[in-house]
Design a protein around this ligand. Structure first.
Ligand code: GLA
Length: 401
């Protein structure tokens, strides 16, 4: 009887430990790299091994990026005779476990993709009806992150489908970050934290800053388009549960100013930072943007509060992100098509942020100003801040008491 009780207590204790572990999986927004934005389904082991190597040599890993995620297109078109998913043998001749081991051997975590529906968005076998066996397979490969899409899910209830996969992942006993890719259709911010650590808030991003191009009858979201959809849902994000405004398009065709603005906005939004460019051939400008540790520190701030729109006038917008220790990040964003000069006196703009429970009053404290792209101190809030900002560019400041 005593033995049985000890066993029961042990089981309870380990269940509790695991529950804690899974709650602590993404206390700050997950950072990583994902295949989709640049390669779509054209992926294979040699290409991706070169991306793993570049992840390390470019300094991405040391800047804080952790996950290496394979998106759609990694598997064979059919499950095997036992109903198991198989890695496409042409693309991954050594199997997925060997590739996961390679990622782990370089100090990163490994992520994979599937879909809640019967097929993935690109037509590969989906998980519907195979939740527990797929979760067990991923755990056996050493998967640390699952992105779970929402194509071909007609008639399915989103919340139930994501909860089911969440339970299947938890049942494996392996801590796996669960990324809900439901595009914001069923308000995942209202229930997603029960299932996973992050949920998409919009349709797919494209490499466009303000105006998107329509291709094949489909118009991707632009950076500004996505930004404007986040303000009303910012209260749903916080440590362990994040709004996901989609992966980064830095290095995929926008101008350097636009890439810098895109990255700064995602840092201000406390968004997951999933790079989506060719790491092997990235330019110095792209590398400088993606590995800016001062901007990343704003994204990874422990308070985990998303920025809010503080002020907008004539195409110039000011975003404010409350940080831990009472500090603030402030982004001046020039959304317009022309250069504009900011002359901001810091006085008389008191705002009470209900989400973080902070009073934002720049003039109350004498804050020191640090320019996070120029990497230099640029005065204090005692004096008006004056600077010309080119079209689609930003000035990102950290205000320290
Ligand atoms: C959907 C997702 C994308 C990507 C593709 C893959 O469109 O939103 O991020 O995963 O599917 O097919």
């Amino acid at each position: 009887m005593k033995k049985l009780f000890t066993l029961f207590a042990l089981v309870l204790a380990s269940a509790h430990l695991f529950a804690q572990k899974s709650e602590n999986l993404a206390l700050t927004p997950p950072m990583g790299w994902n295949t989709w934005n640049i390669f779509q389904t054209k992926i294979d082991e040699p290409l991706l091994k070169s991306m793993v190597d570049a992840y390390v040599s470019s300094g991405m890993r040391d800047a804080g990026y952790t996950y290496f995620v394979l998106d759609d297109g990694w598997m064979s078109m059919e499950r095997d005779a036992n109903g198991q998913l198989v890695a496409d043998p042409q693309k991954f001749p050594n199997g997925m476990k060997a590739f996961a081991d390679y990622v782990h051997s370089k100090g990163m975590k490994f992520g994979i993709y599937n879909c809640a529906g019967v097929k993935t968005c690109a037509g590969y076998p989906g998980t519907r009806g195979h939740e527990y066996e797929d979760a067990r397979l991923y755990a056996s490969w050493g998967v640390d992150y699952l992105k779970f899409d929402w194509c071909n899910a007609e008639g399915q209830n989103a919340r139930e489908s994501y909860m089911l996969m969440s339970k299947a992942l938890k049942a494996t006993g392996r801590p796996i970050v669960f990324s809900l890719c439901e595009w914001g259709t069923n308000r995942p911010w209202a229930w997603g934290a029960k299932a996973g650590q992050l949920w998409r808030t919009t349709g797919d991003i494209g490499p466009y800053f303000d105006k998107s191009l329509t291709k094949g009858g489909w118009t991707p979201q632009s950076v500004l388009n996505i930004l404007d959809k986040q303000d009303s849902i910012r209260q749903y994000a916080g440590p362990g549960h994040w709004n996901d405004p989609d992966m980064l398009e830095v290095g995929n065709g926008m101008s350097v100013a636009e890439d810098r603005s895109h990255f700064s906005i995602w840092c201000m939004l406390a968004a997951p930072l999933m790079a989506g460019n060719n790491l092997h051939s990235m330019s110095e400008d792209t590398k400088t943007i993606l590995t800016n540790k001062e901007a990343i520190a704003v994204n990874q701030d422990a308070l985990g509060v998303e920025c809010f729109k503080y002020y907008q006038f004539d195409g110039m917008e000011i975003l404010v992100k409350p940080l831990s220790d009472g500090n603030l990040a402030v982004l001046f964003l020039n959304r317009s098509d022309r250069s504009q000069t900011v002359n901001f006196d810091w006085a008389g703009h008191l705002i009470q942020d209900k989400v973080s429970n902070t009073d934002v009053d720049f003039s109350k404290n004498n804050y020191k100003l640090r320019d996070l792209w120029a990497h230099k101190d640029v005065g204090t809030t005692q004096k008006a801040f004056k600077q010309t900002i080119p079209s689609h560019d930003v000035v990102m400041l950290k205000l320290t008491k």
